[in-house]
Design a protein around this ligand. Sequence first.
Ligand SMILES: C[S@@+](CC[C@H](N)C(=O)[O-])C[C@H]1O[C@@H](n2cnc3c(N)ncnc32)[C@H](O)[C@@H]1O
Length: 254
Amino acid sequence: MSAPATRPPTAAPYARHFADRYDTWFGKPSVTSDTVALLARLAGSGSALELGVGTGRVALPLSRCGVRVEGIDASPEMAALLAAKPGGDRIPVTIADFTRPPLTGHPYDLVYLVAGTLFELDTQADQLRCFHAAAQLTGEHGLFVLDAFVPEVLVAAPQEPDGQVIPTADGDRVVLRRSFDRAAQRYHSHYRITPGDGSRTVDLDVTFRYAGTGELDLMAHQAGLELRERYGSWSGTPFTDGCAYHVSVYRHTR
Ligand SMILES: C[S@@+](CC[C@H](N)C(=O)[O-])C[C@H]1O[C@@H](n2cnc3c(N)ncnc32)[C@H](O)[C@@H]1O
């Protein structure tokens, strides 16, 4: 990819002000290896583009599997951290809005969006534009993969009264509380982070616009894509009633 065609959106506060803590607080060590293994299998020896590549949690190990990986992100701070890591120089990153990507360098064999990033897009129109972008960026036999919560399950899940403690890579304590606005099809995640070194507490809020699997499949259909397979996790377990999460693989409509 090259220079962005449009100005990137303003990145979320966590990606602007706390990019250097992202891996520690939100690094998801328990799922990253499964994520990389599944994406590597789908990409084969081909090329991949990560939408919202961040600090390279997935892109870097995927590139070590022999996949040619590129990324797009709105946050220069996140991209700078990726570039500074070993192997970061092999992953070109374009600073742009991934729903309006510059269409150079494509087609990719695989375009993917992980860590629930689709729901960071604020409106249905933005999410639909993301599906159209993925369809444009992939070749005829290319795949678009995303992961997301299943809203019906997430909304119904009992909230822990003191919040959910997120495991972190160091002594910082991250506690998550979610609140739902079902009428607006949104939820708000509030993270309270108490650093282990005694420095000041950080409060972070992220708003998500959620969509169920049926709505996502309809967006895919409008973009000329169809569901090829859906898993209940990155380790490839079946997607069944009660799954709180899904990994969906779309291909071009046959
Ligand atoms: C939750 S982080 C995930 C980062 C990385 N994919 C990972 O799994 O660790 C989401 C990333 O997407 C980026 N992002 C969100 N919306 C975007 C948009 N419309 N265009 C470009 N980047 C975006 C954020 O700046 C952030 O780096």
